[in-house]
Ligand binder design. Structure first.
Ligand SMILES: *[C@@H]1O[C@H](CO)[C@@H](O)[C@H](O)[C@H]1NC(C)=O
Ligand SMILES: *[C@@H]1O[C@H](CO)[C@@H](O)[C@H](O)[C@H]1NC(C)=O
Ligand SMILES: *[C@@H]1O[C@H](CO)[C@@H](O)[C@H](O)[C@H]1NC(C)=O
Length: 476
């Protein structure tokens, strides 16, 4: 009786090898931000990445929990340094040595984390920072480069500085130039990057252009053709992303670095919290972007380049991000906070697959007690929403039309889940009520939180088959 089983196994393995041969080795990575009140455990997130064949991940810090979760994963990692640390790093070689030692060298061991880039600051030249970090960037780079050299890592790890696209400007791509007050610093930065073989990292957000300018032509933000193309000499631009990228290419060429490699550090589209932030638009933008990148079409100023590395923003929704830029800020994930794919998206290897082994709190919700007079509730709602996320309730959000009672229930539930369903957190002076019936209405989802220990080190089927495959490849 073992023979038929064996042949089935062989067929399965053959199919797996065949299909894995078709998988595209692409440079599409994701930004893994962790400002969420409901954090998935790093091991669940790492499994999610592997399971979706995402090979590159960009972090905003060097959180030991996250880095430990990435150990042995084989993923290519960019760690980050927050802007607040630039001054200290730039003023002391010792601080830089320490940082490299604690947050990088320690992980670059066998079975460790494959750290390839260090992002020195995050958009430190952003106009709204009014220059407060500007002068620390190059000194921090120089000290960190020395530290990497002392740790024998200078040839393996590249220092980069993710810049916001507001670092350069122009009405036509070919006229691109860095902001005048940044000319000197950009000259130093680009020369530093060039001498170390590092790429220029830029964050490009057509969504923000659309959101911020009522006269921005909607279809120019997407990749499906436009009736508002931009003609620039012999070149015609039909898409804001490509036009923006070429503006940077022109700005770099103007400084004499027309071949400097470029990586897109952040790009994406949010799904909630504003009218143009919705599932349809996010899917259209991200899918159009991915196909554009995978097609290696390049841009008019850089045709036929090898596929560029891009990092989607972001992997998961982050319900604790500041809403200063807008309510959409907490809804950039291609997955919701609990690792569920929000819409079908093909990153080159088939559609996104959901996270496994996510451990939810019990299926219960906190709502406004329908039998109670709710006249004094406003303060409770305000307090609940000052710590929990209520961004979907506002204009343009998925829960904007659910009525007064709906609003109150949403706020109560958001707070209750944030408090891990602690029974006291659904009191609200007797106006709250725990229910076992999901109050979600239409697109408006009333969430159930996840346990803080959400899953440990599960070996799932895919990881097992991957092991079998690797074994077979090694043997053959
Ligand atoms: C670097 O490592 C130290 C010690 O583990 C940690 O306290 C610090 O937060 C890390 N830095 C960053 C930017 O994550
Ligand atoms: C989604 O966003 C797109 C892009 O701005 C917009 O055209 C469309 O009307 C929005 N869809 C909905 C249902 O709001
Ligand atoms: C629900 O709350 C949102 C946000 O405060 C508000 O815009 C909306 O008008 C409210 N709806 C009702 C029916 O009160």
């Amino acid at each position: 009786m073992t023979k038929p089983h064996l042949s089935i196994l062989v067929i399965v393995i053959v199919i797996l090898i065949w299909s894995s041969g078709l998988m595209v080795e692409c440079g599409i990575g994701v930004n893994w931000g962790t400002l969420s009140p409901h954090r998935l455990s790093p091991s669940v997130v790492v499994d999610l990445l592997k399971h979706n064949h995402i090979k590159k991940v960009k972090l905003f810090d060097a959180d030991p929990l996250v880095l430990r979760g990435l150990m042995g994963s084989g993923l290519e990692v960019m760690v980050g340094i927050q802007n607040e640390m630039l001054m200290a790093l730039g003023s002391s070689p010792l601080v830089a040595d320490n940082w490299v030692h604690l947050n990088v060298s320690k992980y670059l061991v066998k079975g460790g984390v494959d750290i390839r880039y260090i992002a020195v600051g995050n958009e430190p030249f952003l106009t709204s920072y009014a220059g407060q970090y500007q002068s620390y960037v190059v000194p921090a780079l120089l000290n960190l480069q020395q530290s990497l050299a002392r740790a024998n890592l200078a040839s393996y790890i590249k220092l980069v500085v993710p810049c916001n696209a507001d670092a350069y400007e122009s009405s036509l791509p070919s006229q691109g130039a860095f902001r005048p007050e940044l000319t000197e610093i950009m000259t130093q930065l680009v020369s530093f990057l060039n001498s170390n073989g590092s790429p220029f990292v830029v964050n490009i957000y057509p969504f923000l252009s659309l959101y911020g300018n009522s006269d921005f032509p909607q279809d120019y933000a997407f990749f499906e053709g436009t009736s508002h193309s931009v003609t620039d000499g012999q070149n015609v631009y039909s898409n804001a992303f490509v036009g923006n990228l070429d503006t940077l290419v022109a700005a770099l060429s103007r400084m004499g670095y027309n071949l400097m490699p470029i990586i897109i550090g952040e790009v994406g589209w949010p799904t909630d919290g504003a009218l143009s932030a919705n599932l349809t638009a996010a899917r259209a933008f991200n899918q159009g972007l991915i196909y554009h990148v995978l097609s290696s079409k390049g841009t008019p100023l850089r045709p036929r380049v090898p596929p560029m590395d891009i990092y989607l923003f972001g992997l998961l929704d982050e319900g604790a991000k500041s809403t200063l830029p807008g309510n959409f800020e907490r809804h950039w994930g291609i997955f919701s906070f609990d690792g569920q794919a929000k819409y079908p998206l093909n990153m080159g290897n088939g559609l996104l697959k959901n996270a496994k082994n996510v451990e939810y709190l019990p299926s219960r919700w906190c709502i406004a007690d329908p039998s109670r007079d709710l006249s004094g509730v406003a303060n409770h709602v305000r307090l609940a929403c000052s710590s929990a996320d209520c961004t979907t309730l506002y204009y343009g959000g998925s829960c904007n039309g659910i009525g007064t009672k709906g609003n109150i229930s949403y706020a109560f539930n958001s707070y209750y889940q944030l408090q891990k369903q602690n029974s006291k957190s659904c009191d609200f002076d007797g106006m709250g009520l725990v229910t076992f019936l999901d109050p979600s209405i239409g697109d408006c989802r009333f969430l159930v939180g996840i346990t803080s220990s959400s899953a440990g080190t599960h070996i799932n089927w895919w990881v097992f088959m991957f092991g079998v495959l690797t074994f077979i490849r090694i043997m053959s």
